[in-house]
Structures are given as C-alpha cells and as structure tokens.
Design a protein around this ligand. Structure first.
Ligand SMILES: Nc1ncnc2c1ncn2[C@@H]1O[C@H](COP(=O)(O)OP(=O)(O)O)[C@@H](O)[C@H]1O
Ligand SMILES: [Mg+2]
Length: 244
C-alpha cells in the first residue's frame, strides 16, 4: 500500500470532532476521489495527512513512516514526495511557469540562485520536461498570472512532476474551472496514475467527475467515512447517503 490511514481523528475545538476515527488504505498508481458535502471534512483530511494540523490522533503510514509521530526532519523529507494541488492554483503569479515548476525543488538550490532565478541547468531541463508532459512547453517563459485557469492548474501538475512526487493530494482542483477544462485537468491526473504510476487522492464536488476518473471513492459525511468502494461497484444509493 502507498498510504495507510488508521483511526485518524481531528478537531479544531475541544468537543467537536471534524474527522472521526477515519481508516483507509490507498494502493499505488490509483486515483481515489473523496466526495462529501461542503463542511464534511475533505480539506481537513488532506491537510491532516500532511500533519498541517495538530493535535490529532491516529496513524498515517507513508513509506513505512508514520507522518503523525515521526521527527520533524523526517516529516520534511517525506513531504517532498507528496505534492499538493489546490483549487486556486497556488502559483507565484509574477514568476514564470518554469520557475513555478522549479519551486518544488527549492530545498536543493542555494538561496541566491532563487532570488536571481539562476536555476541549475539540469533542474531547468527537468522543469521543461514536466511542462512538456502537461503539454505546456510553449508557456514555459510566460508569467503564471498571464495563463488561463486550466493552464495554471497544469503548471501546478508540472510542479508536482518536477518535485518527483509519488503522491498527489488535490483539493477540489477543478472547482474554479469550466467543465471542458475540468475534464482536461482530470484526464491529465488520471494519465499520471496510468502512465507514470503516480497516486492521486482528489477531493471533488461533482459525483460525475468522480465516477468518470476515479478507481475508488471515499465518502465523507460530518467527519465520518461512510463510504469506501471501488468506483465500478458504486450504487446510486451510495451517493444519496453522502449528500442527503
Ligand atoms: N481552521 C479551522 N478552524 C476551525 N474550524 C474549521 C477550520 N477549518 C475547517 N473548519 C471546520 O471543519 C469542518 C470541515 O471543514 P473542511 O475540512 O473545510 O470541509 P470540506 O473541505 O469538506 O468543505 C467545517 O465544519 C469547518 O467549519
Ligand atoms: Mg474543502
């Protein structure tokens, strides 16, 4: 397994759990969709996997390391293999697409190089390869804020590739995109699973997208995991349960 979550609980205040004893396992090279109404705890779940919240209970096993109890040095190291993609693209607006890609590797680069945008040639090559993979090579030297929403999201995916991530956590990556562009971005994420053996966990709002692109669907309701099923075995009553 790529990721094993055991009895994860999380709360922002004393008495009200936002995640309630959640357990699941993710196989490598798969696309998992997390569905749930607004406020169900989807964002909190992805952030908790990265230990961006404390305190919390449970275990998050990744590369034989429990991310919730390992040292902060080990946590930093493991986080390098995990890329995040957000609804609002999260690029540095005034930097080029290529520079944004290289941002995933800043830990390897001397600070002065970052300030002057003098990135090592080998790294630039890797960034350009990643941009080619998402079909955006011609935009490599465009500022991020000059790109369309769909292009920005593809740069975010190229940044994940440049980072050499093995796991991508995407939090409603297509919520700000029109349907056609949303399909492009989700197809691309899907192809990373199929062709590059990356693992994707993706919060989604729309059932149809989940049905079309995922291998497995997790359903969250009020912080509880109420559904964990292969997409091919899904029943329509499953969706009613999540959304009623
Ligand atoms: N930083 C925070 N502090 C306090 N409560 C929060 C915080 N973030 C989210 N919540 C609450 O936790 C619950 C789950 O939120 P969230 O994980 O954002 O759900 P989703 O992503 O499914 O919409 C909601 O009730 C929300 O109000
Ligand atoms: Mg959310």
């Amino acid at each position: 397994m790529m990721l094993i979550v055991e009895n994860l609980s999380q709360s922002y205040s004393e008495n009200k759990p936002v995640l309630d004893n959640i357990s699941f396992a993710i196989a490598p090279g798969t696309f998992t969709a997390i569905l749930g109404r607004s406020g169900a705890g989807k964002t909190t779940l992805l952030r908790s996997l990265l230990r961006l919240h404390q305190p919390q209970k449970g275990r998050v096993w990744f590369n034989n390391c429990d991310l919730l109890t390992c040292s902060s040095r080990e946590l930093q190291k493991q986080r390098r293999s995990i890329a995040t993609i957000a609804q609002q693209f999260n690029l540095i607006p005034r930097r080029t697409a290529l520079e944004n890609c290289l941002g995933g590797r800043l830990n390897e680069i001397a600070l002065w190089r970052c300030f002057l945008s003098r990135f090592p040639l080998q790294l630039q090559r890797e960034g350009l390869t990643a941009l080619t993979r998402v079909n955006l090579l011609e935009m490599a030297f465009q500022r991020a804020d000059r790109l369309s929403g769909g292009q920005q999201q593809r740069v975010a995916i190229a940044r994940a590739l440049t980072q050499n991530a093995t796991l991508i956590l995407a939090d409603e990556p297509v919520a700000s995109l029109d349907p056609q562009t949303a399909h492009q971005v989700l197809s691309l994420l899907r192809s990373l699973c199929d062709q590059d053996d990356l693992t994707v966990i993706c919060n989604l709002h729309q059932v149809e997208f989940a049905r079309q692109y995922s291998d497995r669907i997790l359903g969250l309701k009020q912080g509880k995991l109420i559904l964990d099923r292969p997409t091919s075995e899904l029943k329509s009553s499953d969706f009613q349960q999540i959304y009623q």
